[in-house]
Design a protein around this ligand. Structure first.
Ligand code: SF4
Length: 291
């Protein structure tokens, strides 16, 4: 049985996947709103141990999906990732999809040929937190990447056969920068055209609150729930992709679950948000939400 190094995170859509922990923590680990891996030092686990753990699970031949953790396992060198993919393929005959968290820096350091090799070996989906398309906000939150880096990284992954599931965080600009946040995020999503787009709602913990708000010299006034729904509505309205984007807001931090395809379901999604704003459909109360 695999013993994971906690805390262990995975995207909501990987709930039924086998998790292979190839790295510990996040190689960036500096985003001011994020405390996921603050208790860990970024570490690349020995490939022999990872392979042994995969072999241990190999009696479970029904495994179809694998998620490679932790926070940005795409930071691993391409040859190590290829060894992991090779081992997975040999142990799980029904394997259909291998996915991973990545940040723009990891992707921009890899060559197009390496990304194509990873895709051909079975890594067909990566999760990337854009958080915001606004450079003003990306600098404040210490994301370590700007608009142009997200655009280049997503394009590079998709051009080489890897689907991208991207996230935007509503509320990240507070009340003063919300329009800048949403307009620039919609512009980036429309230009980069990830395969999937999800939204999360900003939830600060006591451990992150002071550092995060301290970067807003003008003061940070948090969005209300209805303000975040207005942000989501404007985001959906402004995204104009040249091909379909599958949109989900099913994360546990969100007040309202939404799913559809953009641009086709734009009106349906906006109507549902309007109905929630008018109180005609119920939203998830604050105490039921979390990260
Ligand atoms: S890159 Fe992701 S996991 Fe790492 S600190 Fe930023 S938000 Fe957290």
């Amino acid at each position: 049985m695999i013993c994971y190094d906690e805390p262990l995170y995975r995207p909501p859509s990987e709930a039924n996947s086998l998790i292979v922990q190839a790295t510990l923590g996040c190689s960036h680990n500096l985003c001011t709103f994020c405390e996921m891996y603050k208790s860990k030092t970024y570490t690349e686990r020995p490939i022999e141990k990872i392979e042994a753990e995969i072999a241990e699970m190999s009696e479970n031949v029904s495994i179809r999906r694998v998620f490679i953790a932790d926070g940005d396992a795409m930071a691993l060198p391409a040859d190590v990732l290829l060894r992991i993919l090779e081992k997975l393929k040999s142990c799980f005959p029904k394997l259909q999809r291998v996915s991973i968290y990545a940040n723009p820096g990891n992707l921009l350091k890899k060559t197009p040929e390496e990304l194509k090799q990873l895709s051909d070996a079975g890594m067909t989906l990566l999760y990337l937190g854009i958080e915001s398309g606004s450079d003003i906000i990306l600098k404040k939150i210490n994301k370590g990447a700007l608009y142009v880096h997200h655009l280049e990284a997503i394009t590079k992954a998709m051009d080489n056969g890897i689907d991208v599931s991207a996230t935007i965080i509503t509320g990240l600009g507070g009340k003063s920068l919300w329009r800048e946040h949403i307009e620039q995020s919609a512009k980036l999503v429309s230009e980069a055209v990830p395969t999937f787009l999800s939204t999360l709602s900003l939830m600060l913990s006591p451990a992150t609150s002071d550092t995060f708000t301290g970067a807003f010299e003008e003061g940070f006034e948090p969005q209300t729930d209805s303000g975040m729904l207005e942000e989501e509505k404007l985001l959906i309205e402004l995204i104009r992709p040249p091909r379909n984007i599958i949109f989900r807001s099913n994360h546990a931090s969100n007040a309202l679950a939404l799913r559809g395809t953009l641009p086709g379901d734009r009106k349906k999604l906006m109507d549902k948000i309007d109905a929630a704003l008018r109180g005609e459909i119920s939203t998830r109360p604050d105490w039921m939400r979390g990260l």
